[in-house]
Design a binder for this molecule. Structure first.
Ligand SMILES: [Cu+2]
Length: 363
């Protein structure tokens, strides 16, 4: 989803063996699709030059399971999985620019990328492998910070995850922490060998990972992780490969520690008593709560498959309080506040409310 009523669509041959260091044939097509011709992307073949605008296919490799983020100025930032990061412009006939390497990292096939603070252009990139399968996963962790479109991204290597992971899921929480679950230490689709059963939580302030209570069921290839409107996380699926032995037709709910007091009882959650159903890019959002709160955030609803969930993003909001009425100015760039549906959370310290659903229409 982009900001100018268009979608960037990429097509790449998938599930055909190694993609590491393949030449540009790994990318068959990057196309800007306007809404009226959306159906064309499902046809076999390549780009449709008569209907859509070509983007530079350039010399891209490793764009299967692409880490693509809509951004300012109708651009898309590609954080991975290739070590080389890229920009794509969607105005006119499209454009391509290098964004520099993820210094300190290798290719991160089937790793995770999470925009945990869109207002600051912050993306956490973790794990992955040099190959789609039959290779060791890494525990690498980097903070990639983007600013002006087409400029080099800043890359910070941080302490690695506790475990190497490929095919894991990563979910940003209202606080900006990132929950990471599942994956394998060695990538084998449709296998539970080397399952990482212990999730971990990344803290954006300390930039470190903390191990959490183990899961009972492996969550590997084809598994999902999604934030729910009560600020818990659904960790589900895996396998889903016909009659094979590693199908997991079930799910688990993880309740983060912010829902509990130090003695283990349930924390008292703030309540959003009123909030608008729809807000505008660059507009204001006024909401009321049942008691004073200390922070607000909008989290875009995720959609995930094959470890990729670049629909999710977190927009922290600064609020001006008048009693328990809070007024927030929303980001003015639709590349930051990407149109769509969001959870709105109020937090008292780190304890989140239940979410209210807020939609952001295309400006
Ligand atoms: Cu698949």
């Amino acid at each position: 989803m982009l900001t100018n009523d268009a979608q960037l669509v990429y097509r790449a041959d998938n599930h055909v063996g190694t993609f590491h260091n393949e030449p540009s044939t790994a990318v068959n097509c990057m196309t800007i699709i306007r809404s009226k011709i959306l159906q064309s992307l499902f046809k076999p073949g390549y780009c449709y030059s008569s209907q859509a605008c070509y983007l530079a296919e350039a010399t891209l490799t490793m764009i299967v399971q692409a880490m693509l983020f809509g951004w300012k100025g109708a651009t898309i930032f590609q954080a991975g999985p290739s070590k080389a990061m890229n920009w794509y412009g969607t105005n006119g006939t499209g454009s391509h620019g290098a964004a520099g390497p993820r210094v300190g990292d290798g290719d991160a096939m089937c790793g995770n990328a999470v925009m945990y603070d869109a207002t600051a252009g912050k993306i956490l990139v973790i794990g992955g492998s040099i190959d789609y399968q039959n290779a060791n996963a890494t525990a690498n962790a980097h903070i990639v910070t983007i600013g002006p479109p087409m400029s080099a991204a800043a890359v910070q290597t941080i302490s690695p995850m506790s475990y190497p992971r490929i095919f894991a899921n990563a979910v940003v929480l209202p606080t900006g922490a990132v929950f990471i679950s599942g994956g394998q230490n060695y990538g084998i689709p449709f296998s539970d060998n080397g399952s990482q059963l212990q999730p971990e939580m990344w803290d954006p302030v300390s930039t470190t990972f903390t191990k959490l209570a183990p899961q009972a069921i492996p969550r590997n290839y084809h598994s999902i992780g999604l934030l729910l409107p009560d600020a818990t996380i659904l960790s589900a699926g895996g396998g889903l490969c016909g009659a094979c032995a590693t199908n997991h037709y079930d799910g688990q709910i993880y309740s983060p520690s912010y829902l509990f007091t130090p003695n283990g009882s349930r924390a008292t959650r703030p309540v959003i008593e009123s909030a608008p159903a729809q807000v505008s890019v660059g507009g204001t959002l006024t909401a009321t709560t049942n008691a004073p709160v200390t922070a607000w955030a909008m989290l875009r609803l995720g959609a995930t498959t094959h470890t990729v969930n670049t629909d999710q993003r977190r927009i922290p909001l600064n609020a001006t309080a008048n009693g328990t009425t809070y007024t927030m100015t929303l980001p003015a760039d639709p590349g930051v506040l990407i149109p769509g549906y969001y959870y709105l959370f109020a937090m008292n310290a780190a304890v989140p409310s239940l979410a209210k659903f807020v939609s952001v229409p295309v400006p």
